[in-house]
Design a protein around this ligand. Structure first.
Ligand SMILES: [Mg+2]
Length: 121
């Protein structure tokens, strides 16, 4: 039996975490975190996480700061931004910091599945 690829989700809203788990859970192993430091700790401990789905607006550490720390410390991990904050500037900043994708909430299941799949290749 082959193990499922691991996806790390970081979002402060439980509803978003649960819906991402529902959408992706059949195909991937989902690890849920609710703030930036927890997300970084997870990456430190689980070397085999392929993709991170990362929120931007979170109470403790801003997602863009988390993104830049991920790219500094774990440059090979793909990061997809999933945000309710639709702004061209933020999307550009996320791309500049190394994000592989930018999805705006409310998202469709297909959109999430396709983007994750594309980033696993
Ligand atoms: Mg949020």
């Amino acid at each position: 039996m082959t193990s499922k690829p691991k996806i790390l989700v970081c979002d402060d809203e439980e509803g978003i975490r649960e819906s991402l788990k529902l959408i992706l859970g059949d195909f991937y192993e989902i690890i849920l975190t609710n703030e930036g430091q927890q997300c970084l700790d997870c990456l430190k401990n689980a070397k085999d996480i392929s993709v991170v789905l990362l929120d931007i607006k979170m109470p403790k550490v801003n997602g863009l700061d988390v993104l830049s720390q991920i790219k500094q410390n774990f440059p090979e991990r793909k990061v997809i931004i999933v945000t309710g904050y639709k702004s061209v500037e933020t999307a550009q900043e996320a791309t500049r910091l190394g994000a592989s994708g930018y999805i705006v909430k409310p998202f469709k299941s297909d959109e999430i599945l396709e983007t994750v799949q594309r980033n696993l290749k």
